[in-house]
Ligand binder design. Structure first.
Ligand SMILES: Nc1nc2c(ncn2[C@@H]2O[C@H](COP(=O)(O)OP(=O)(O)OP(=O)(O)O)[C@@H](O)[C@H]2O)c(=O)[nH]1
Length: 311
């Protein structure tokens, strides 16, 4: 007898960080959640910040009074750091009053729980805030994904490219981009219709994704039928080889395109540019160089890779 997969078995367990200097309190919260959550613990402010940074939990239960610093300050520091900003913090305190709670909420906490804790209520609040966190994570991910192809979108590319250019400038590394454009895509749409065109773009995107072998590489839809592969720590020569692999992978899809002047199948032209990185992270020059090379590839007959001059 076949059985529907149980999604609750597959879903990763939510990760909680419990911060309290009293072992009894930690034990009580640990016992409450350990069955169906991954629970990390910390007994000081310094430890809490370290575990939050290292483990990136989904939610933090934070005691307001800690031996080395107060919980408010820990909360403010978590909210000031890029990597921990989005982790919801619930304060746990024995001395709650309206003033304290207001300051706590202003410091960025999402909720307050009073000691002695009432287990069903704590579980219910934690569940609510975990649900909200997962929904917010999903929205953040969607904001950086292209709906048609599933590749990253232009916003994601722009952000990553700036980071990589700054990183490369510091390290003296080279960053490369390969700008990809489908050949005679207008004719393809005209012959097979827009929906078939969409499906072809999805297949091209998947072929690009498969052709990039390093985990730091990133493929993005740049707009319309243009896509960009970002290749950190890559010189022009290496990027040319990747460009050629992309081109061959799309040709190997063997999607018939009799109206193309380049080949009987759907193909891409690729403009490649590499640069040493920029302290200001401005990606304009690199993308413009790649665009110029792409224009050359089109002019020379399409279905080819051209590397930018002086790249
Ligand atoms: N189906 C589909 N078509 C798209 C999408 N985005 C852009 N296009 C089409 O892509 C075509 C791009 O055409 P052009 O820029 O003229 O270039 P081309 O026909 O690819 O010719 P060359 O680039 O010179 O080889 C246009 O017809 C757009 O409508 C999309 O998301 N789906």
């Amino acid at each position: 007898m076949s059985r529907e997969p149980d999604s609750t078995l597959d879903a990763p367990r939510p990760r909680l960080l419990v911060v309290d200097d009293q072992p009894l309190n930690i034990q009580a919260l640990y016992r409450l959640f350990a069955g169906d959550h991954q629970v990390f613990t910390a007994t000081t402010a310094a430890q809490a910040l370290k575990v939050a940074n290292d483990q990136r939990p989904d939610l933090i239960l934070l005691d307001l009074e800690l031996p080395d610093d107060d919980g408010l300050s820990v909360c403010r520091q978590l909210k000031a750091q890029e990597g921990t900003r989005d982790i919801p913090v619930i304060f746990v305190t024995a001395h709650g009053n309206v003033e304290v709670e207001t300051v706590g909420l202003e410091a960025g906490a999402v909720d307050f729980i009073h000691k002695p804790i009432h287990p069903p209520m704590v579980r219910a609040r934690v569940r609510t805030h975990l649900t909200l966190k997962h929904q917010a994570d999903a929205l953040r991910r969607m904001a950086f994904i292209d709906g048609l192809t599933g590749l990253h979108n232009r916003r994601a590319l722009d952000e990553r490219l700036q980071v990589e250019l700054r990183h490369a400038a510091r390290q003296g590394d080279s960053v490369a981009v390969a700008l990809v454009d489908v050949d005679h895509f207008k004719r393809y749409n005209d012959q097979y219709g827009h929906l078939a065109g969409d499906e072809a773009l999805r297949q091209v995107a998947a072929a690009l994704q498969r052709s990039m072998l390093r985990p730091v590489d990133m493929a993005a839809r740049y707009g319309g039928e243009e896509m960009v592969c970002l290749l950190p720590q890559t010189e022009a020569q290496g990027a040319q080889a990747v460009g050629e692999r992309l081109r061959a992978a799309v040709e190997a899809l063997a999607l018939p395109h009799p109206q193309s002047s380049a080949a009987p199948v759907l193909t891409i032209s690729v403009g490649v540019a590499a640069g040493r990185g920029r302290v200001d992270g401005d990606p304009t020059a690199l993308l413009q160089a790649a665009d110029q090379a792409l224009y050359e590839a089109k002019r020379m007959g399409r279905n080819r890779v051209v590397v930018a001059e002086g790249a």
